[in-house]
Write a protein that binds this ligand. Structure first.
Ligand code: GRF
Length: 196
């Protein structure tokens, strides 16, 4: 039986972290954020985690010889904290084989475009510059590629001529904050039902 403990990996402002915590508090998401992992010691999300009493593991990748070394330490932290699922929310790194092997099929990511369009950095800017009339948000399983894993959920957003990039960003975030908690809940329920 799974315990539904998740670790959020984040290195930004943490608005998705906030949305997940709010959904748990509202009884809409049946899991516990038992660890926040961040590779940016100055990230705002770390303050938020401390205020919420979420345990944190913050590391500086430059202090390790390579990705395998810091991922091995992350795996140890995840195991100590009994983590079942990894939820990436603004962790701006490719996940390597060490983590992928330990958490195969149990790592989710959110990306601010309709994948496979606009993978990688600055997806909202990429979409704005391309002049697309529809963009959106994707939630997918993580594999070794850049935003290439199996898609779980998507929500589209029409782009009007009047919208600035800032408007676009706000509307994308609004979708993210609703879609991510809902999708995490669905994935966890579905996996528990299968008895995995
Ligand atoms: C989100 O836009 C997410 O799609 C991307 O990184 C951003 C994180 O934002 N992967 P926040 O730190 O949760 O506000």
């Amino acid at each position: 039986m799974r315990n539904n403990k998740i670790a959020i990996f984040a290195s930004g402002t943490g608005s998705n972290y906030d949305a997940i915590i709010a959904a748990i508090q509202a009884g809409e998401l049946d899991c516990e954020v038992a660890l926040l992992v961040s590779d940016k010691p100055a990230a705002k999300v770390i303050e938020k985690a401390k205020q919420n009493q979420t345990p944190t593991f913050v590391f500086d990748p430059r202090q390790y010889p390579d990705k395998a070394a810091f991922e091995q330490e992350i795996v140890e932290q995840l195991q100590v904290n009994n983590i079942e699922w990894i939820v990436l929310a603004g962790y701006m790194r490719l996940v390597g084989p060490t983590l992928l092997h330990e958490y195969e099929g149990r790592i989710l990511n959110i990306h601010p475009s309709l994948l496979p369009a606009f993978p990688g950095l600055d997806a909202i800017g990429q979409a704005a510059r391309a002049g697309v009339k529809i963009t959106g948000v994707t939630i997918h399983y993580v594999d070794e590629g850049m935003d290439t894993g199996t898609i779980i959920a998507q929500e589209a957003l029409p782009v009007t001529n009047e919208m600035t990039e800032v408007d676009l960003q706000k509307q994308i975030q609004r979708i993210e904050h609703k879609l991510y908690p809902q999708t995490i809940q669905q994935v966890i329920l579905h996996t528990n039902r299968k008895g995995n």
